[in-house]
Structure formats: C-alpha cells, structure tokens
Design a binder for this molecule. Structure first.
Ligand code: PLP
Length: 392
C-alpha cells in the first residue's frame, strides 16, 4: 500500500526554471519581453515552423486563429466530439457552429468522417492529436485542400510529436500547443501558435495585444515610442516573460521528458498485455507519440465493475486517474443548443464508458510506475466478470 497519493499529473520543474523566473522578477521585465522572443525563436527552431507566436493559453491562441480566419456567425467548424470543451467553446464565442464528428478506436476523427461533415458553410477543420499522437495528416490535408478549407491543428497534447518525420507544428495552416500545468512541457498556463504564413503571424501578434500596432517592448524600452494605434479590436492573450522563463527551460528538456513518458507507456503496454479486459493505446505507424495521455479502455463486457468504480478502486490504492474526455455531445450545453446525442457518435460514446487515463509523467519514480501497474492488475483481476459482484 502506498504511503502517499500519486497524483494523476505533476510538472517537472527544475532549478533552471526557478533561476530563470527569479531572473525575470529581479530584472523587472515581467510582461511580454525578451524572454518571450527567445522562447518563440527556440520553439520555431525546435518544430521547424517559420513563425511561432506565444500566448497565454491554447484557448486564447485558438480564439485568435479562428477570428483571424474570419470565422463568425453562420460559419461551421468541424471538431471531434472526443476533445476538451475549449475546441468547441471558442467556435461558439465567435457565433459559429461547432460541427461534431465521431472518432475511431484510436480516439481521433477519421478523415472520411470529417469529409462527410463538410458543408458549404464549413470554414475550418480542427483535428485533435489525442494524447500526443498525430492524426492522419496526409489524408486530412489532402481532403481539406480539395475542399479549400484551412486545417487548424489542436496540438494541445502534441508538443514534441511528429508525423512522417516532420514535427507537429508545420503541417496545417496553424497549429496550437498548450503549456498548461499537466502538459508535456509547461509554463503554468500558456500556449504557442505556429504557422508558415508571415502575415497571419503578424496579425495574431497584434490581436494578442488589443489590436495595437506596438507591443510593450516597443513602447517602454529606451528605443521605444509611446505612440500606438488600435488597428482592430483585439484580445489580451499575450504570454509574459515569467511564463517564457519556464518555457525556455522546459523546451530544452522536452525530448527527455517525452523519452521518459514513452518508457513508462511501454512498460504499461508490456505489463497489461495479458489482460484482455483492458485495451492499451495503440502506437500508430509513422508517428512519434508524446504519451501526454496514456488512456486505457476497460472492456465492460469482461468486467464486473464500471469505469467510475475502477477509478474509485484506483484511488483507494493511492493512484490518481483521469478521463479524457467526456465527449462534447454529452455536455448539456452542446446537446441542448445543437441537439447532439449519443446515437450520432456511437464510437466516442461507447469508448467514453470505458475510458480511464493512467498517470504517466517524468516525475514518476520506478516504484510509482510499478504501483500503478500493481493497482490496475489487482482491480482488473479481482473484478473479472464471473457472475460475482464487485471486489473493492
Ligand atoms: C485537446 C485540448 N485542446 C485544448 C485544450 C486547452 O488548453 P489550454 O488550457 O492551454 O487553453 C486542452 C487542455 O487541456 C486540451 O486537452
């Protein structure tokens, strides 16, 4: 039995990050400044993207990307139902309709399902690289090009992922990453948009700061000027130097973080291989998976317990778990506003019933990993469907 609870996720913050944040606090430049520029340049270099725009969250970045594409009332944006609410909420904020599509057994929307959802009003397609594994980008990009619809990638889980040898961040019109506290690399809250379109990137930078023609660095430094003009009403989605201070060091460590996540994931794969009651995530060909999420699927037909009981029994053994995600069509807002229901999304709905994400992050010790394995095996084996009732 564990002596302390293993949280579902925890960041790996080292002395480098702490010293860099302290440096920002001491030098007095705490909002958007030189560290944001440095972080953007490093991220662009890492992904191979031509432009990287740092923002205060994935959500803010996505909101601006949709707005910069001119999406508004009467328009439609295609998103998978198995995603975080933000992927659809921002579409609603702009007065457009999120058109939900079902996913396949690998948790992502297949290109054919996306194509079937296209109408004359479709203004963007948003594939979600679930868990940090790329969608089928060749097929999605080819299909989107045929319909002349831009692809915006939800890479909230996918910093450091690759598709056919090219990093996520260089494929679609724009790619948005999240640096939320639980992500592969973190700035507490934060995000990054990458694009190969220079004008698009400039527009995003401006939108991130109220649509003003000059940022703080260009106004408050010795070489700066007090004068600015508002070119369009924008938002306040800029990243601060304090966040970038974290990001610069997290990015340097990203490959080693992913290496550790992958090693844990592979250990889980091996440890659960003899349990027909659970399906482990599939590593698809031609992808570099970040294993931001290690989601197992419990086969309800073979188990005497449901997912909620599984999570409870894991917690009783000191292990935190999570669920990614409650499909959007199951949320009251989406079912009431758009009439979405389970029958339209049979795969996501069935998957959801058995989904559970296990802890999988660099800070876990070997003992933590073995404790997760032992707890899963114990709960599953004790609750094999034999006609008997659940064993806590
Ligand atoms: C798939 C997906 N998209 C978007 C987001 C939103 O990211 P952020 O919290 O940085 O706005 C998340 C966050 O967890 C997510 O999982």
């Amino acid at each position: 039995m564990r002596t302390h609870f293993l949280p579902y996720a925890a960041p790996s913050i080292g002395e480098d990050e702490i010293a860099e944040v302290a440096d920002s606090l001491r030098n007095g430049w705490i909002t958007t400044g030189p560290k944001v520029k440095k972080f953007e340049a490093a991220f662009a270099e890492y992904t191979g993207a031509q432009h990287a725009v740092a923002v205060n969250s994935w959500t803010g970045g996505y909101h601006m990307v949709l707005r910069a594409l001119g999406i508004g009332p009467g328009d439609e944006v295609i998103v998978p139902t198995l995603t975080f609410c933000s992927t659809a909420n921002m579409v609603v904020h702009l007065g457009a309709k999120p058109v939900l599509v079902d996913v396949d057994a690998n948790f992502m929307a297949p290109p054919a399902a996306i194509e079937r959802a296209i109408t004359g009003r479709t203004k963007a397609i948003v594939p979600v690289h679930y868990g940090g594994q790329s969608c089928d980008m060749d097929a999605i990009l080819a299909m989107a090009a045929r319909h002349k619809i831009p692809v915006i990638e939800d890479a909230a889980h996918a910093a450091g992922a690759a598709y056919r040898g090219r990093m996520i961040g260089v494929h679609g019109k724009a790619t948005i990453f999240s640096f939320y506290a639980t992500k592969n690399m973190t700035t507490g809250e934060g995000g990054m948009i990458t694009t190969s379109d220079k004008e698009f990137a400039q527009r995003l930078r401006m939108l991130a700061l109220h649509g003003m023609s000059r940022d703080a660095w260009a106004r408050y430094t010795a070489a700066g000027s007090w004068c600015y003009e508002v070119l369009e009403p924008g938002y306040k989605y800029n990243m601060t130097d304090i966040q970038a201070a974290l990001g610069i060091h997290q990015l340097r460590k990203l490959n080693s973080f992913i290496g550790r996540r992958r090693a844990i994931a592979w250990r889980f794969d091996e440890a659960f291989a003899d349990l027909p009651e659970i399906r482990t995530p599939r590593q698809l060909p031609r992808r570099t998976h970040t294993y931001h999420i290690y989601a197992i699927h419990l086969d309800r037909a073979r188990l005497a317990i449901d997912r909620a009981q599984f999570i409870e029994m894991m917690a009783m053994r000191g292990i935190g778990t999570s669920v990614h995600f409650i499909p959007l069509h199951r949320h009251p807002y989406y079912s009431e506003a758009y009439g979405y229901n389970a029958s339209q999304f049979p795969t996501a709905d069935r998957l959801f019933e058995g989904l559970a994400s296990l802890p999988c992050y660099p800070k876990m010790t070997e003992q933590d990993v073995e404790d997760v394995i032992a707890a899963v095996r114990e709960v599953v084996i004790a609750n094999r469907r034999t006609g008997k009732s659940a064993v806590a």
